[in-house]
Design a protein around this ligand. Sequence first.
Ligand code: MG
Ligand code: ZN
Length: 190
Amino acid sequence: MSRRPALLLDRDGTVIRDAHYLRDPALVSLLPGAVEGLARFQAAGWPLVIVTNQSGIARGLISEAEYDAVRRELERQLSAAGITLAATYHCPHHPGITGPCGCRKPGTLLYTQARDRLGLDLAASVFVGDRWRDIAAARAFGGRAILVPSADTPQDERARAAREELVAADLSAMADLVLGAAGAGAASGR
Ligand SMILES: [Mg+2]
Ligand SMILES: [Zn+2]
């Protein structure tokens, strides 16, 4: 089987507004540029995979059922925009509460699970998020790392990504970096 590159996305602060320990589907709000960026990768045949740390579950702030309702609402909003996620993976742990785990980012367990289940080529994949820990796994697998800063991105992580990796303003600009500027090389839509 030939393996495919994937777009491996953080969720909160990357695809949707970070509502902090989000448990209410009514607060799921796609960020500007998200639909445009994801649509371009989907059109290029890349599987879209979300990998998200949800320590609110370990903290008792979010139930698995609430997490799942939020996941379904995000999928509904994306579907309304013509976008289908290949899979969503979440880590429900927090090291201080549930002990160490391999799945909390920057851990790599969820990426290897996605790789094995979806047949992904992680070395050809792109790791995207608003925190360094979202993109750190790119180094473990040889993929590309792109920081898409949010209000919650610490300045030192922004500076490190700018120095060592790539930074994009939003997912649409991120798509431009990976796939080329929108419309470049194609017939003008005007
Ligand atoms: Mg985030
Ligand atoms: Zn975990």
